[in-house]
Write a protein that binds this ligand. Sequence first.
Ligand code: HEC
Length: 253
Amino acid sequence: MENRSKFDEGKWLNLTRFALPVKVLFTGYLIVIGIGLIIAGLQILLTHGMADGKFGISVKDIVYSYYGNREGSKLEKALNGPMKQYASPQERAILIEWVRKGAPDDEYEKKVKPIIQNNCAKCHGVIPSIPDLTKKEVLKEYAKVDTGATIQQLTRLSHIHLFGMAFIFMLLGFIFSFSVGINKIIKSILIFTPFGFQLIDITGWWLTKYWPEFAYFVIIGGFGYFSASAIMILISLYQMWLMKPTDYNAWKD
Ligand code: HEC
């Protein structure tokens, strides 16, 4: 490759050399997706960002959105509050664990029912003005937690995002591939970055749904493809409009 001079390489079609209509076409596209990315960022701040009640995106927001707020049930609140005295720490731990799992039916009979019968039934089930927690349906009602995004929501969002974003990044990468003066390897990494981070982001949604620790994936993924896109958009615009076809020789490949 070394015998090909910089001059020859410059004759090859690149961003500085495109005809005006092509530059205008590319520019229109880059501006619109640039604004789209900023608005997408704003939307994330306004929806997920407010999930913990405070403005700005945090790990907690991501956890609430995908994993849910599993400490929020009336049953857990009562067990940590006014009803604390009626069950031993071990019994409370078993009940709370059951609640946070989403109150599965298969664990009710042998794990949960005996504790309720022994500790709670003497009031809940006898005193008419308070809930009859010896009834499974009533207990489950009080054990209701917010389990975050549903599988249906995640599959819908995932495929829309994967198809839509792949399309956006395909065209963006295509335009950016005509840039000059950027080392081939660095250029290739930049072009692949949004696709890679997109996969990290969406994998993060699914993992966070079950394990809240993975919320970091979502933040890293989102930030990653946002930054890589911004860099490619700005370099492409710069080379099309501010750089002259002769300038690239000065750039180190
Ligand atoms: C000595 C009687 C008594 C026992 C035992 C008892 N509770 Fe209660 N519980 C009450 C009363 C009275 C209320 C309503 C007043 C209040 O909220 O403090 C109540 C309220 C509750 C509530 C809130 C209901 C609501 O409307 O929000 C829950 C949940 C609850 N109890 C769960 C339990 C559990 C679980 C146990 C067993 C570990 C238990 N209670 C044991 C008397 C009892």
